[in-house]
Design a protein around this ligand. Structure first.
Ligand code: NAD
Length: 493
């Protein structure tokens, strides 16, 4: 069986006693093996990454820019190769995989402007004969730990800005779909990045636990589920690291009575079932004002009947399988258990779970309430729940009481309601008639509450801040005649 290598110091390596299995989720069959790094290999990889960091921090800005521009070009030339790897291991459709790559590419393009993003500040004459300037220096070794659901985009969120800032990166991708990261490593090498500046090691929770406390790691960027994000943040900061840890989500979409219901129903379908609901910015709860709830549920239900579920490489598929058999069965359990909690199952796609691949069809559950598993848990599958509310205030209270705060959307034709909503909700990313409001790469991405541990959002300007230390230099060039003894605290006036 094909074995997916680590990538250390520019070399493919297959070391590791323990092996993971990578499945083709469309057939349910084992497709490849992936070796897990043991403690000795992790030590070696981190030594290499440290050497890479020592070398790369001295690279010129134009050298970094050249590498990133070339990398950008190679990513576009290899777009179909990357998409094929994503579809084969993750299961998402080919257009969706190309969309993931396009959003990752944005981050490389943003990083190409590094000469501007890394500019410091200068103040003349802050006191007589004294100037001050600030610079940003790389933090050193960045550990990037990523989830299965965006096996190329999320590594690019982290890698582009970390390398642009002069750091070296050790990437620990999800063990479920790790092949895309190896192609990224090869393309970075081809783009001229010196060996050792970008390394990939495979592993599981044990590997992550070792990384979090390893003395050679300076900063940790993590994206994954909330319990693991919280653990990563607490353990990493406890070991003195700089950590940003992005967690799970439960994204709501409020539909007010004045909304265009066809527009809202299309948006709920696209954002609820796209990528089989395995997006951290997927809509999982439609909050329907009771004045239009019956009509909206009917329009969503009619649209689910037109969706085709099948292998990601099949051009007729609207969405593909889930990532594992266990995850598929867990998702199905929320649908089969919903009526016992007083909800109405309007569409039940769990019959597809009888197939060999990890498929579930679109599921729609109405009359869902907080306090039931379908509402309280992040399901991460093609399941839309509808919660009915009597007023705007009830909707906002519901959204703000939810422990997650990643994304939220409002559908309305009332500009003032939308403006108030964007001020009222305790959520990091808000869409006004936009159901998946993932910020473009020149802004930063981050949720609130249990969707982000640490204060730093990821990529964009906050990415550059996270991957650099600030230094402020105060300078004076006194003439010997001006020198004197004065033990008072230096004053500017
Ligand atoms: P996950 O938390 O299971 O895994 C993420 C990473 O952590 C993987 O590399 C994995 O090997 C490692 N890991 C898993 N269990 C661990 C443990 N107990 N200790 C230490 N490390 C561990 O997440 P996933 O299932 O791969 O991805 C889906 C989750 O990621 C969803 O909850 C989704 O909402 C979230 N996500 C969030 C964002 C965001 O930007 N907020 C983006 C994408 C995905």
């Amino acid at each position: 069986m094909n074995s997916i290598p680590h990538f250390i110091n520019g070399q493919r390596r297959n070391d590791g006693q323990e092996m993971g299995t990578v499945f083709d989720p469309a057939t349910g069959l084992a497709a490849s093996q992936v070796p897990f790094a043991d403690a000795a290999l992790l030590d070696e990889a981190l030594r290499v990454t440290r050497q890479g960091a020592e070398q790369w921090r001295h690279s010129t800005l134009s050298q970094r820019t050249n590498v990133l521009f070339t990398f950008r070009q190679l990513l576009t030339e290899h777009a179909n190769d990357l998409a094929a790897l994503i579809t084969a291991e993750h299961g998402k459709t080919t257009p969706d995989a190309l969309g993931e790559l396009a959003r990752g590419l944005e981050n490389v393009e943003y990083a190409c402007g590094l000469a501007d993003h890394l500019k410091g500040e200068f103040s003349h004459q802050v006191a007589d004969g004294v100037d001050v300037h600030s610079v940003r220096e790389p933090v050193g070794v960045v550990a990037a730990i990523t989830p299965f659901n965006f096996p190329v985009m999320v590594p690019l969120w982290m890698t582009a800005n970390a390398i642009a800032s002069g750091n070296a990166v050790i990437l620990k991708p999800s063990e479920r779909d790790p092949s895309g990261s190896i192609l990224l490593a090869e393309l970075l090498q081809k783009a001229g990045l010196p060996d050792g500046v970008f390394n990939v090691i495979h592993g599981n929770a044990d590997t992550v636990r070792r990384l979090l406390v390893h003395p050679e790691v300076d900063a940790i960027s993590f994206v994954g589920s909330t319990p693991v994000a919280k653990f990563v943040y607490e353990t990493g900061t406890g070991a003195g690291k700089r950590v940003q840890a992005l967690g799970g989500a439960k994204n709501h979409m409020l539909v007010l009575p004045d909304a265009d219901l066809d527009v809202a129903a299309d948006a709920a379908i696209n954002a609820g079932y796209g990528s089989a609901g395995e997006r951290c910015m997927a809509i999982s709860v439609v909050v329907a004002h009771e004045a239009i709830a019956d009509e909206l549920v009917q329009r969503i239900a009619e649209r689910t009947d037109r969706l085709t579920v099948g292998p990601g490489h099949d051009a007729s598929s609207d969405f593909g399988p889930l990532i594992t058999r266990e995850h598929r069965d867990r998702v199905a359990s929320y649908v089969t258990g919903a009526s016992a909690h007083g909800a109405t199952v309007v569409r039940d796609g769990t019959a597809l779970a009888e197939q060999d691949g990890f498929f579930i069809g679109p599921c729609l559950i109405d009359h869902v309430r907080p306090g039931t598993p379908a509402y309280d848990d992040e399901i991460f599958g093609p399941v839309l729940s509808v919660v009915r509310v009597a007023s705007y205030d009830e909707a906002v209270a519901l959204i703000n009481a939810n422990p997650f705060g990643n994304g939220v959307a409002i559908f309305t034709r009332d500009g003032n309601a939308a403006r108030l909503f964007s001020r009222d909700v305790t959520v990091g990313m808000i869409g006004v008639n936009v159901p998946i409001p993932v910020p473009v790469a020149s802004y930063s991405f981050g949720g609130w509450k249990n969707s982000l541990f640490g204060h730093s959002h990821i990529y964009g300007p906050e990415g550059f801040t996270f991957y650099t230390h600030a230094k402020v230099i105060t300078t004076r060039w006194p003439q010997p005649s001006e020198s004197q003894i004065d033990l008072g605290f230096p004053r500017t006036r």
